[in-house]
Design a binder for this molecule. Sequence first.
Ligand SMILES: Cc1cc2nc3c(=O)[nH]c(=O)nc-3n(C[C@H](O)[C@H](O)[C@H](O)COP(=O)(O)O)c2cc1C
Length: 306
Amino acid sequence: MSIPTSRFKDSANIYLDIDKCTGCGLCVEVCENSGFTLVNQKVERSDKSIFGCVACGHCMMVCPADVIAIEGRSLAPVQLFELPDKSTVPTYQDLLAMLQRRRSIREFKEKPVEPEKINQILEAAQTAPMGIPPSDVHVLVLENKQMVRSFAVEFSNYLNGIRWMASNWFLRLMRPFWSKATNEMMQGFIKPTFDIYVNEMNKGNNWINYDAPLAMYFYGSPYSDPADPIVAATYAMLAGESLGLGTCMLGGQHPFFQHGKKARLFRKKWGIKYPSREGLFVIFGYTDIIYSKGVKRSFADIHRMS
Ligand SMILES: Cc1cc2nc3c(=O)[nH]c(=O)nc-3n(C[C@H](O)[C@H](O)[C@H](O)COP(=O)(O)O)c2cc1C
């Protein structure tokens, strides 16, 4: 058994074409899992591997002589590709300009997102780092406005059915069990959000996902690092930006998918396989609003030590 994920429990297999090994030792250096050792200037599998091969692929990618083949846990040598030329990488200024121009967009043109762009977003998002390879991030893709709205309508109906969770009596009952911050968030954010989602949808206004032409829900499994879907969603958002799309992250939905029969039924209907601790939606579309300026934002705290 290697580090388990929802997809794989076993280690990947390591194959070595020893005759080609030049003894450079890069694989030994790069494998943080102590998977390799050099004996007489030739690579060998080490018996000190901590987890067995998790198939991060770094040894294959770093080897200049194509000595190593990893197979299993969704990895194989056919997945190797030549790196894009360094000159094609955006400069810091290019990247900063894109980041500064990004805004959370909630107003979209009546124009679908082309299937090619959906593929490009997914391709880019799959390059994201992940806690334990191979990725345990799952993605639900709602590919057009009808599907996105239909999800929002059903989500609103679902919320209506569990409205007691945001009722005054329930919040009063739970107060002794919640921290001050949780109580303030429930009163000041979750309860009003609940009400707005349902009441506005009853009037035909979609405040849940804004009738975007495309939505992607990134979520993990019980095995994954809770940050994995968030990192993947961030990559997807930036890919969308680079393709000229407006984007917005939506975090208000996943907490309500978590517990109980109704949540289970809702997840089943939409093919959401797991209640995810940190699922996150990203919506995409051609923006119907123009910003003239940006504002400088700041972290709560940057504590630098040297
Ligand atoms: C984790 C996360 C969850 C968010 N959830 C929502 C949401 O449910 N609805 C919404 O309209 N915006 C949501 N946003 C967008 C924020 O409101 C937005 O980032 C904020 O207003 C700042 O605007 P900016 O992104 O243009 O800088 C979310 C953003 C993040 C990072």
